[in-house]
Design a protein around this ligand. Structure first.
Ligand code: NAD
Ligand code: UDP
Ligand code: UDP
Length: 330
């Protein structure tokens, strides 16, 4: 592809779970990719296979500080996403969402780049309306332990729309619902990774509360496709657009599916429900279907199988590193 036609795309949070899959997809699409990450929850291993690609570049940088680069498009994904990680340093989480958004919007304004924000279903909080359409304004506890994430993301959306109205920026806002797949961290506390790792290790499966709360899980390749379609949609499609899989299930059902799929002898144990844990969540994806021609294509069973395979390999490597002589000893 001639150099002039190759889009230069910045992915913040590009060494994370979603970001690394997005970088991969953009390289496949023929883009030049600049991955920016401070490695708070991102891992070098997620992008190691991309480092030798001629149009991939990695920059270690914290988005709460200004960044001066020349790009055509920006996907702003930098932000820890799992409750234990975003609550570890809540002030930094808010800074990452808010100062990070200001810096990336300032960058987009200077270089006239299109910019997409990875927002979240958490802007709906513990929703009183079900399923959640984009018009729903949400029910967030502004002083609870999840607020650093929820309110940070809500403020980032506000900033995107103010830069759009005030500076005519070309913006996109995606509200991402629970997404799973290979490269989730085994220890980041999210439900899919927790359950799979527990099942593979034969440990108890920790269901919080009575397990009747619901979530709707989207496989990572579907999600990435939704983000790329949103970025490439006509300029008037600013969003916010829900991107997620509407297949809803209780957490207890998920636990059972993981046990069945792994053939594990693990048993379910109940643990206290964290404060402000949303009781139900399901995206209304009418807008994504009509505006982006997008809907998820990967069935939960298929997605879980490849995620289980990923964690099986990861745990085998960890075991081999912890007991290098195990094979010899046998
Ligand atoms: P992740 O934690 O794997 O990725 C986040 C990445 O951002 C990491 O690589 C981390 O090191 C990096 N990062 C954090 N703070 C940074 C900073 N100040 N400067 C530079 N880099 C920084 O999480 P993920 O699941 O890949 O989520 C990616 C984005 O999608 C996040 O913005 C998240 O809020 C959003 N999102 C994800 C989900 C989901 O289910 N995975 C749901 C809703 C929204
Ligand atoms: N910024 C950046 N890279 C750029 C341009 C701006 O990181 O290429 C940051 C800079 O920190 C600035 C912020 O984005 O403060 C907002 O930029 P804007 O132009 O909107 O406002 P300013 O604060 O410069 O008046
Ligand atoms: N959850 C659980 N056991 C775990 C981890 C999470 O029962 O080991 C529950 C959690 O309380 C929540 C749901 O699973 O109701 C999804 O949690 P996750 O942290 O993955 O995402 P979020 O709450 O941000 O949607």
């Amino acid at each position: 592809m001639p150099v002039a036609l190759r889009k230069r795309v910045l992915v913040t949070g590009g060494a994370g779970f979603l970001g690394s899959h997005l970088c991969e997809r953009l390289l496949t699409d023929g883009c030049e990719v600049l991955c920016v990450d401070n490695f708070f929850t991102g891992r070098r291993e997620n992008i190691a296979h991309l480092m030798s690609a001629p149009y991939f570049e990695m920059l270690r940088h914290d988005v709460t500080f200004p960044l001066y680069v020349e790009v055509d498009e920006i996907y702003n994904l930098a932000c820890p996403a799992s409750p234990i990680h975003y609550q570890f340093d809540p002030v930094q989480t808010t800074k990452t969402s808010v100062h990070g958004a200001i810096n990336m919007l300032g960058l987009a304004k200077r270089v006239k780049a299109k910019i997409l924000q990875a927002s979240t279903s958490e802007v709906y909080g513990d929703p009183q309306l079900h399923p959640q359409p984009e018009s729903y304004r949400g029910s967030v506890n502004p002083v609870g332990p999840r607020a650093c994430y929820d309110e940070g993301k809500r403020c980032a959306e506000t900033l995107f729309f103010d830069y759009y109205r005030q500076h005519n920026l070309n913006i996109r806002v995606a509200r991402i619902f629970n997404t799973y797949g290979p490269r989730m961290l085994p220890n980041d506390g999210r439900v899919v990774s927790n359950f799979i790792v527990q099942a593979l290790k034969g440990e108890n499966i920790t269901v919080y509360g009575d397990g009747s709360q619901t979530r709707s899980f989207c496989y990572v390749s579907d999600l990435v496709d939704g983000l790329v379609r949103l970025m490439n949609a006509p300029d008037e499609v600013t969003g916010p657009v829900n991107i997620g899989n509407p297949r809803e299930m209780t957490i207890l059902e998920l636990a059972q599916r993981v046990i069945d799929l792994t053939g594990s002898s693990s048993e379910v144990v109940l643990r206290p429900l964290p404060q402000d844990d949303p009781l139900q969540r399901q995206p209304d994806i009418t807008l994504a279907k009509s505006a982006l021609g997008w809907k998820p294509t990967i069935e939960l069973e298929t997605g879980l199988e490849s995620t289980v395979a990923y964690f099986r390999d990861l745990l085998a490597v960890e075991l081999a590193e912890a007991h290098p002589m195990a094979e010899v000893a046998e």
